[in-house]
Design a protein around this ligand. Structure first.
Ligand code: ZN
Length: 228
């Protein structure tokens, strides 16, 4: 939380400890100011704190966590593939689940910008843009393009990419342990107005060590980071 109070600078913990202050050069200051205008400060007790936002090569990090949503895009050429830490994390979670008689499947993982564009355009053609926007990301706005998101399912294929997955034994176990593997359920029930997406019990986002605090908070990633 200390870092949040420092509002958008890139001060490291070490600098903090030594009591140093740094001054952003003009260009950097302008960049940050432009960005902050888009966000309402988060309430932290009596103090109004701004999130710590950095944009590196067109990729946005808030408090060090890569963020993609309806407002924050990725560059079209951002093409990292599925990240190894994600493969390790879900492999371990699936294995631990299997020991409890649960049978997870990996439904979807990394998607390129172009692939997402094809998906989205097909959904728009089928259901119209307003409907498509409720369940599909526009190209450049999919978490799957980060290489940090996966869709999981159970062997009951009738629940694949359906809110029925939320009623499977796999989900019942997963929802309260996914954070131990670094995942959060990204699009929560009742938070549609914040995430912009319908409830997706199957969509997991890897955030690493931050997962536990986010899970405990019961908040969406946007709320947790103060960018909702
Ligand atoms: Zn997904």
């Amino acid at each position: 939380m200390i870092r949040k109070l420092l509002t958008g600078t890139t001060i490291s913990a070490a600098l903090l400890m030594s009591g140093c202050s740094i001054t952003l050069d003009d260009e950097e200051t302008r960049e940050h100011e432009t960005f902050f205008k888009q966000y309402t400060p988060a309430d932290v007790g009596d103090i109004q704190a701004l999130p710590d936002i950095e944009v590196i090569d067109g990729v946005t990090y808030v408090d060090g966590i890569l963020v993609v949503n309806k407002e924050i895009p990725l560059p079209a050429d951002y093409n990292p593939g599925l990240q190894q830490e994600v493969i390790d994390a879900y492999s371990e979670m699936f294995a631990d689940g299997a020991e409890r008689g649960l049978d997870f499947t990996l439904v979807s993982d990394f998607r390129t910008y172009d692939y997402q564009a094809g998906l989205y355009n097909n959904y728009v053609a089928r259901d119209g843009q307003a409907e498509a926007d409720k369940y599909s990301a526009r190209p450049g706005h999919s978490e799957h393009q980060t290489g940090l998101a996966i869709d999981v399912g159970s062997t009951d294929s009738a629940t694949t990419l359906s809110i029925k997955f939320g009623e499977t034994p796999e989900y019942e176990w997963m929802k309260d342990v996914a954070h131990e593997y670094g995942f959060i359920v990204r699009y929560l029930e009742g938070k549609e107005d914040i995430t912009g997406y319908q409830y997706e019990p199957w969509h997991l986002r890897y955030v690493g060590d931050a997962a536990e605090a986010i899970y405990e908070s019961g908040l969406t990633l946007e709320e947790y980071l103060g960018i909702d």
